[in-house]
Design a binder for this molecule. Structure first.
Ligand code: FMN
Length: 199
């Protein structure tokens, strides 16, 4: 680096991906379907590890923490990830069972944010997840320390950047047993019950 960090950083390109066609009015009612659509599109666009994501948790006093991990499963029960109970995330989730999970898929200029309470999977599922790991990955994990958790989202944001910076943001919020959907972006239009605008 032969310049200041700020100057060097300013020269790095951002929003260099190629956003696919997106029609916010035509996305599925269920955010799980849209998530599966986007993560497979990311893989097809060349994202080598589209299931790698940043998980944010917080200590009991609210101090945030974040780390990279792998999405292990996703279905109507939630977005599943795994690790040890004795890890920082394990300790944080024990006192503060809520998290946010962030995906960034550069080639398609897309990001997804998943947020909500976290529940621990039944012990049999955690054991099955550990058993599916390689012997090397299992080594050193104490009995009962491996946990599969699920974020049960109450809010999911799908963000797609545009090279002209007219980004699109589709937000699903859970209301009881159904999802409300709103979106803004592209040409500056806004549709649906925006979270901020409700109640
Ligand atoms: C691509 C990638 C995938 C990872 N996957 C996991 C994972 O699935 N579970 C996990 O506990 N840590 C995973 N890690 C390691 C974590 O990022 C982290 O360093 C470690 O787990 C400590 O997290 P903690 O905050 O819970 O202590 C991964 C790291 C990278 C870079």
């Amino acid at each position: 680096m032969d310049t200041t960090p700020a100057a060097w950083l300013r020269e790095r390109p951002s929003l260099t991906g190629t956003p696919p066609a997106l029609h916010p009015d035509a996305v599925p009612d269920d955010p799980l379907a849209l998530f599966l659509n986007w993560i497979t599109a990311a893989a097809e666009a060349g994202v080598a590890e589209p299931h790698a994501a940043t998980l944010a948790t917080a200590d009991a006093d609210g101090t945030p923490d974040a780390r990279t991990l792998i999405l292990k499963d996703v279905d109507e029960r939630g977005w599943a990830f795994a690790g040890t109970r004795s890890s920082a995330k394990g300790r944080q989730l024990a006192v503060n069972p809520a998290a946010a999970l962030n995906f960034w898929w550069q080639p398609v200029l897309r990001a997804v944010r998943v947020r909500g309470p976290v529940v621990e999977a039944p012990a049999g599922e955690s054991a099955a997840d550990l058993a599916a790991r390689s012997a090397a990955a299992r080594a050193g994990v104490a009995d009962g320390d491996w946990v599969l958790w699920r974020i049960v989202p109450n809010r999911i944001e799908f963000w797609q950047g545009a090279t002209d910076r007219r980004h699109t943001r589709i937000v699903y919020t859970r209301e009881g047993d159904r999802w409300l959907r709103s979106w803004s972006g592209g040409d500056g239009t806004r549709r649906g019950a925006d979270e901020e605008g409700r109640g």
